[in-house]
Design a protein around this ligand. Structure first.
Ligand code: KG4
Ligand code: ZN
Length: 352
C-alpha cells in the first residue's frame, strides 16, 4: 500500500506530459493481448495471441484452459509489444489492464501480471472496464471523434446501447434482457455444424444465402431500447430441428442468412430509434459483432437515410485486443484513476 502516494504523484504528473504512452493488457476471455498506445489515439504496437484454435476443440471457451493459456502467454505478449514499439519498459508512462467483465481466472491472470509489473517497475497502473475498451476502439479508428455520441456495443457477452456523455462517462439506454447478440450467433452457428467462434463463420456462410428463406419472430421487450435474442434463437433452433426430423437436408446458407438478417434488423431498429430520440449526430459501434458485414452495411444505409455520422472500428479492433484498453486507460488516467494494490478481477463489472 505504501507505493500508492508515489504512484498517484506520478500519474498526476502525466496529465501535463505531451506524449503519454500506455502499455495495456487484455485477458478477459480467450485472447491474451498487449499494446502500446500514445495519447489514447495512436497505436504504437499491438500483439494478440488468440486461443481460439484450442477452444475450438471443445466447441467453446473452457475457462480453466483459458486461464492457463493466459499464464503462458502474458509475459510473451508484453515483451513482444515492447519489442515492436522499439521501447524499454522504462519508456512506458503508465500500465493498464482489463479487470472486468469476463472470466474470473482469465481476468486474474492479466490483473496479477500487471500489478506485479507495476509494483516492481514503479509505473502507475490504470484499471479498465472491458466494455469501455470496446467503445474506445472507435477513438483509435476515428481521430476526430469526440463525445457525446451513441454507441451500440455488441459482443459475445453484452448487447448495449449507451450514450457516451463524455470520456469515461456513460448512460446505459438499453441492453439485452436475455442472450447477447454474439452468444445468439454462436448458438445458431452450432446448430448449423459450425465451430467456435460461430459468429464470423455463420456470417461467411450467410453470404450465399437467401435471407427471406425463414421468417423469425421480431421480439419487443418492455424497455424501448432493450434487445431480446432468446426467442429468435429458439425459433431458429426449432425450425432447424424440425427439418432434420423430417429427414430434410438443411439449406445452411439460407438459414444462416435468415438468422443473421433477423439479428441485424433488431440491432438496427433499436439503434435507429435511439438516434432519432436523442438527437445526437454520431453513432459508433463496438464489440465482436460489430465486425459483421451485414450489420455494417445496413447501418451505413441507415446513417445515410437518417442523416447521422456512423463510426466503425477497423475489423481487427472490433474483437478483443489490448489497443482498445490502452485508449480507454488514457482517458481514465486523465481523471486521475489509479489501481490500488488490492485491485481484483470483477467478473460481472458493469459499465455504468
Ligand atoms: O467482443 P468479442 O471479441 O468478445 C467479447 O467481449 O465477448 O466478441 C466475440 C463475439 C463472439 O460471439 C463472435 O461469434 C462474435 O463476437 N463475432 C461475430 C463476428 N465476429 C465476431 N458475430 C457475427 N459476425 C461476425 N463477423
Ligand atoms: Zn470483448
Amino acid at each position: 500500500m505504501n507505493t500508492i502516494p508515489e504512484m498517484q504523484a506520478k500519474l498526476d504528473a502525466l496529465r501535463q506530459k505531451p506524449a503519454v504512452r500506455i502499455l495495456a493488457m487484455e485477458s478477459s476471455c480467450d485472447e491474451t493481448a498487449a499494446a502500446i498506445i500514445e495519447n489514447g489515439r495512436k497505436i504504437v504496437s499491438s500483439v494478440i495471441f488468440s486461443q481460439a484454435d484450442t477452444h475450438a476443440l471443445y466447441g467453446g471457451v473452457v475457462p480453466e484452459i483459458a486461464s492457463r493459456a493466459h499464464v503462458d502467454a502474458c509475459d510473451r505478449v508484453v515483451d513482444q509489444a515492447l519489442k515492436e514499439a522499439d521501447m524499454a519498459l522504462s519508456d512506458v508512462d503508465a500500465l493498464a489492464v482489463t479487470y472486468g467483465p469476463g472470466l474470473v481466472g482469465a481476468l486474474l491472470t492479466g490483473v496479477n501480471c500487471m500489478k506485479g509489473l507495476s509494483y516492481t517497475s514503479r509505473i502507475p497502473l490504470v484499471p479498465v472496464n472491458h466494455i469501455e475498451g470496446h467503445v474506445s476502439a472507435n477513438f483509435l479508428t476515428t481521430p476526430d471523434l469526440e463525445p457525446p455520441f451513441l454507441c451500440l456495443v455488441v459482443s459475445g457477452g453484452h448487447s448495449h446501447i449507451v450514450r457516451v456523455n463524455d470520456y469515461a462517462d456513460y448512460t446505459l439506454l438499453g441492453q439485452t434482457v436475455d442472450d447477447a447478440a454474439g452468444e445468439a450467433f454462436d448458438k445458431a452457428a452450432r446448430v448449423l455444424g459450425l465451430n467456435y467462434p460461430g459468429g464470423p463463420l455463420l456470417s461467411r456462410l450467410a453470404e450465399g444465402g437467401d435471407a427471406h428463406f425463414l421468417t423469425l419472430p421480431h421480439p419487443h421487450p418492455d424497455g424501448k431500447y432493450d434487445f431480446s435474442f432468446s426467442g429468435l434463437k429458439t425459433a431458429f433452433l426449432n425450425a432447424c430441428h424440425k427439418m432434420e426430423q423430417k429427414g430434410e437436408e438443411l439449406p445452411r446458407a439460407d438459414l444462416a442468412a435468415s438468422f443473421e438478417q433477423a439479428v441485424v434488423d433488431t440491432l438496427c431498429e433499436k439503434a435507429s430509434l435511439a438516434m432519432a430520440d436523442f438527437g445526437l449526430s454520431t453513432l459508433c459501434i463496438a464489440g465482436g459483432v460489430s465486425a459483421n458485414r451485414r450489420l455494417r452495411q445496413q447501418l451505413t444505409e441507415l446513417s445515410r437515410k437518417q442523416g447521422f455520422r456512423l463510426c466503425m472500428p477497423e475489423l481487427w479492433l472490433c474483437t478483443d485486443n489490448a489497443a482498445m484498453i490502452g485508449s480507454a486507460a488514457y482517458y481514465r488516467m486523465r481523471k486521475g484513476e489509479l489501481a490500488q494494490l488490492e485491485l481484483n478481477a470483477v467478473p460481472a463489472l458493469s459499465l455504468c
